[in-house]
Write a protein that binds this ligand. Sequence first.
Ligand SMILES: NC(=O)c1ccc[n+]([C@@H]2O[C@H](COP(=O)([O-])OP(=O)(O)OC[C@H]3O[C@@H](n4cnc5c(N)ncnc54)[C@H](O)[C@@H]3O)[C@@H](O)[C@H]2O)c1
Length: 376
Amino acid sequence: MADSHQYQTAHHVAFSVNAHLPDSYQTEIFDEALRMTSEILEKHGLQQRKVLIVGGAGYIGSVLTGHLLDSGYQVRCADLLVYGNGLTVVPYLSRPGYEFVHADLSDEAQFVSLLEGITDVVLLAGLVGDPVTKNFSEAAARINDAGHETMLKLLNGRGLNRVIFVSTCSNYGLIEGDQFADENFELKPLSLYAKSKVAVEKALLSQKDVDYTPVVLRFATAFGLSPRMRFDLTVSEFTRALALGEDLLVFDAHTWRPYCHVRDFSELIRCAIEAPKARVAFQVFNAGGDSNNNTKQMIVDQILEQLPDAKVRYQEHGADPRNYRVDFGKVFRVLHFQPRFTVADGVRELIAAIRQGLFHDIAQPTSYYGNWEPRV
Ligand SMILES: NC(=O)c1ccc[n+]([C@@H]2O[C@H](COP(=O)([O-])OP(=O)(O)OC[C@H]3O[C@@H](n4cnc5c(N)ncnc54)[C@H](O)[C@@H]3O)[C@@H](O)[C@H]2O)c1
């Protein structure tokens, strides 16, 4: 049974943090918090929820960390800092309930110790993106394939609540015509990066008799400010170049892709952790919002509205053939999630940050600012 403190915490989470949600859904979240208290915390002698974020020092992880700490969670971040990105966690080191461990997800013994005292796991780490997995294919196989296989093997039987694997909408690859990909749409991963994601999704969801609840979130392409900016992602790449007065060459401007702000992703991960088990167990969710499907041309146009004098050239037949529009109906229907931030919001905050000089040496950005040269 929950004690009064735990009851109050569950009540706070369900009815104040989620006050914008329908009443009946808030009640479901409250019931879920009570279930989690008795079945996970009390059974394993834990006082508080503690999330292990594997890859918590990265572009998304370093924003998620702040969001979870602000939402009352404890956080253990495990990261190998392959882009020299340790500074991203410095502001968190003094926060109560935060812990950083320099760790390689492929190290079995270390991963077992990382799981001690943990209630929920968010898997964000790895070599992320098509170029880096192509250029560092051996390391990608070791980390994104073998390393993930090792982690999945070790998760069961430890009394974990939720295991959230962050996958990608890149899994849909190339979609001809006007179709929108929902979660059942055929997967056509084109890169090593997406092929590994599809394999891990399958491995996680095909497990039988595990004592935790696996969930897969297929993320749209991220944008937005983070302690670890990534200027190798479309919105930030284009905005950086145009804000610095560079000529921008855009390939295949008609190709579609969905986008989502890092702060919205962080909120969605919190929602997936707190959602009623029956709604998320063994489920895949496209992560984003319908209004954030954009062509590259639409991204450029939104930047030009804010930087009208910027110069853009266009060319066809670039190296990246991906073209997909995604249906985000399920995450809205089942988890009541929709993003708060538009691409224009992300562009605006990034231009302001660049003008304020917040980024060092971004005329020729180093790997701190993008997934170009990992130390692996
Ligand atoms: N950024 C996007 O647009 C986007 C889109 C779809 C999906 N995703 C997914 O979201 C997750 C996070 O992406 P991101 O943009 O924050 O990437 P990122 O590269 O900024 O973060 C990845 C983190 O993993 C760490 N890492 C790499 N190898 C490791 C290892 N062996 N052990 C421990 N840590 C290791 C890195 O040091 C880095 O901090 C990834 O799983 C990615 O596939 C991202």
